[in-house]
Ligand binder design. Structure first.
Ligand SMILES: Cc1cc2nc3c(=O)[nH]c(=O)nc-3n(C[C@H](O)[C@H](O)[C@H](O)COP(=O)(O)O)c2cc1C
Length: 142
């Protein structure tokens, strides 16, 4: 299995409604192609983890790179993985602007990490650890 993590800046015309439409279509595609992952949206920036078979992930990423709905796409990490982090998600999504307050403290922590994500070192596994934290904090019921 393979994973790619990248960050990008949303096109100013890419509205929240459009993002949810894109997400819905992406989830259908991903389910069909055995892709899992997580998409985070924060202050007009995306950070996404894609997980699946290497050829599937590589060709999906090629499409995503050409997508005009975002720009300044920067690959943070590409890595062979043994198992997906987001096993149960065709694409988990969190919009930090729309968050509820139940998990506010934890979210605040993630928020800070997100701010620092531009500093991810390509050589380290920090980016994958980041998504493990995201999964625990945002998508695991407790
Ligand atoms: C931020 C962002 C994340 C995306 N994530 C996915 C994804 O997880 N899966 C997917 O199939 N398409 C994703 N897309 C859309 C692709 O760029 C592309 O439009 C789509 O795969 C084409 O599929 P279609 O031919 O079914 O419309 C994403 C686009 C953007 C801008």
């Amino acid at each position: 299995m393979y994973s790619i993590i990248y960050r990008s800046i949303a096109d100013p015309d890419f509205s929240t409604i459009d993002i949810y439409q894109m997400l819905s279509r992406s989830r259908d595609n991903n389910q069909e192609n055995g892709v899992t992952g997580c998409l985070l949206y924060h202050q007009n920036q995306f950070i996404q983890l894609l997980e699946g078979e290497k050829n599937v992930i590589t060709s999906l990423y090629e499409k995503i790179l050409k997508d005009s709905r975002h720009r300044n796409i920067a690959t943070i990490k590409e890595k062979q993985i043994n198992a997906p982090i987001f096993l149960d998600w065709s694409m988990a999504f969190h919009d930090f602007q729309q968050n509820g307050n139940a998990k506010h403290q934890k979210l605040k922590k993630i928020d800070q990490i997100f701010e620092q994500s531009s500093a991810f070192d390509k050589g380290s596994d920090m980016a994958l650890d980041f998504f493990k934290n995201v999964n625990d904090i945002l998508f695991t019921k407790n």
